[in-house]
Write a protein that binds this ligand. Sequence first.
Ligand SMILES: Cc1cc2nc3c(=O)[nH]c(=O)nc-3n(C[C@H](O)[C@H](O)[C@H](O)COP(=O)(O)OP(=O)(O)OC[C@H]3O[C@@H](n4cnc5c(N)ncnc54)[C@H](O)[C@@H]3O)c2cc1C
Length: 440
Amino acid sequence: MITTRRELIKAGAGSLIVASALGPSITFGMMPMHHKSRMLPPSKKPRVVIVGGGWAGVTTAKHLKKKLRDRVEVVLIEKRKIFMSCPVSNVWLGGLVEMDFLMHDFQTPASKYGYTFVNATVTEINRHKRRVYTNQGYVDYDYIVLAPGIRYNYEAWFGKDREMARICATSFPSAFIPGAEHVALKRKIENFEEGTFVLVVPPPPHRCPPAPYERAAMIARVFKKNGVRGKLIILDPKKEIKPKGKGFKSAYEQLYKGLIEYVPNARIKEVDPIKKVIKTTAGDFRFDDGNLNPPHQAGDLVWLTGLVNPKTGWCDVDPLTLQSKKDPRVFVAGDSASVKGFPKSGDMAHNHSQNMLVNALVAIISGKDPYSAVRAPTNTCYSMVNGDPKEAIVINVLYDIDLKKKAPKKKKVNVDNKRSKALATATFEWAKALYRDMFS
Ligand SMILES: Cc1cc2nc3c(=O)[nH]c(=O)nc-3n(C[C@H](O)[C@H](O)[C@H](O)COP(=O)(O)OP(=O)(O)OC[C@H]3O[C@@H](n4cnc5c(N)ncnc54)[C@H](O)[C@@H]3O)c2cc1C
């Protein structure tokens, strides 16, 4: 482990931010750095490199280090300087919580649990050499966990026309990846005065199945509050709202009557972000402003590794261990992984990372059977549908492990479509509990 600035420089670290068990994160100025130089010294213990400090990556880093302590070196590489949560971001769009609630730092958990945080962008992975290249230098690994989230597939709408994709992404940002797009979307919603605002639901499987419907409720809340003369049109490729369909429908009808028009079976045929027209299998729609959400795929980074199934756009993994089906040194966690029956949610990313991936990896590193080590996950997803007063609905899924089939199976699905203040309180409690686990 690096203990001094000199050792770090010897190891080849340049403008690199590292936090370790030794204390707070340290920034090493603007020293020139070649991305092909070694960033960390060779490790005497098995080294697990985690790429992506989102819900899956941060959870994996903490729980792996907590379980194996000195028997493992854990390195978390994340390109962002600050964590922003997509969960609860719709509630923020609706004006019911401050941005501060969504933001967290990477340094506190890294220094508390003793893993190394590297603030860098991974540019290449050489699976043969077991080496990760970043814009700051390279790191060798024994095992790697890929958790880069999703990417937008604008190609599905615009083919090779990158200029149209750029115009669409800039004019009508999706905000399904946290960051500036959320700020742009909030401005749009708050400044909207009249006309048609369109919200395109991406085709499944996409990040957070209920998120577009929760977002619609929160946008309608702002429109209602601001006295907007117009409506929100939801274009959904599915034949009905799913999950929590009844709860969303009754909220739309009872709280936002005349403000929300829901259009099912609206698969996208053509999007023109300049003329502001969307052609769908349910008809053509003109709009004045909108939130245009293209289909999702596994994050860019996993495409670089050749581990994505091009037919689905997601990574095939062992459904119990989340180990890649093509390379046993590689694990894929969070939304990039494809496991039948698992929604792409923060709660699931947190749950499957902690209960399945980490337990399996601990067993593998300890020379034990990974399958008997994994534990069944759960998934809970709240959706805020009202702001005056705050009211939410919820779905909770319990899973079992089928050791014969080596796969998880759904054990019980609980849905509460009756919106209530108690579920709104539970929404915030859920988020606080997960943020606490990941960041403090
Ligand atoms: C509007 C909205 C509302 C949602 N609400 C909920 C909810 O209420 N409950 C719930 O459970 N889920 C919710 N979700 C879903 C949740 O946000 C995702 O399922 C979750 O973020 C997935 O975690 P992840 O770790 O796979 O990806 P992410 O959290 O996106 O993390 C991926 C990380 O990888 C980093 N990264 C990517 N490429 C590189 C690279 N090359 N080098 C270094 N770092 C890289 C990214 O910067 C990012 O920090 C919601 C999503 C949205 C969009």
